[in-house]
Design a protein around this ligand. Structure first.
Ligand SMILES: [Zn+2]
Ligand SMILES: [Zn+2]
Length: 81
């Protein structure tokens, strides 16, 4: 009767996630952002995205979205526009 008690646990170990398309998961590599749920299939896209979190360009133009490393650069940029 002990075998019957153990049975659900052994089946749980042999559990295979059928809902996950394993073929897709292995063929397509996803690059995931560590700071947010952002994922991309291209490393270049992730590298560009990561700039949001790095704080290298914390001053962003609200009109065109261009990032600047220093506030003075953003101010000058606005004067030009
Ligand atoms: Zn992110
Ligand atoms: Zn701008």
């Amino acid at each position: 009767m002990l075998q019957e008690i153990c049975a659900p646990f052994s089946s749980a170990i042999n559990f295979t996630p059928e809902k996950i398309p394993t073929t897709l998961a292995t063929t397509i590599k996803y690059y995931a952002c560590l700071d947010c749920p952002y994922t991309s299939t291209k490393i270049a896209n992730l590298k560009r995205h990561e700039l949001i979190h790095t704080g290298k360009k914390p001053f962003k133009c609200p009109q065109c979205g261009k990032g600047f490393t220093q506030k003075i650069h953003l101010t000058v940029h606005h004067c030009k526009v």
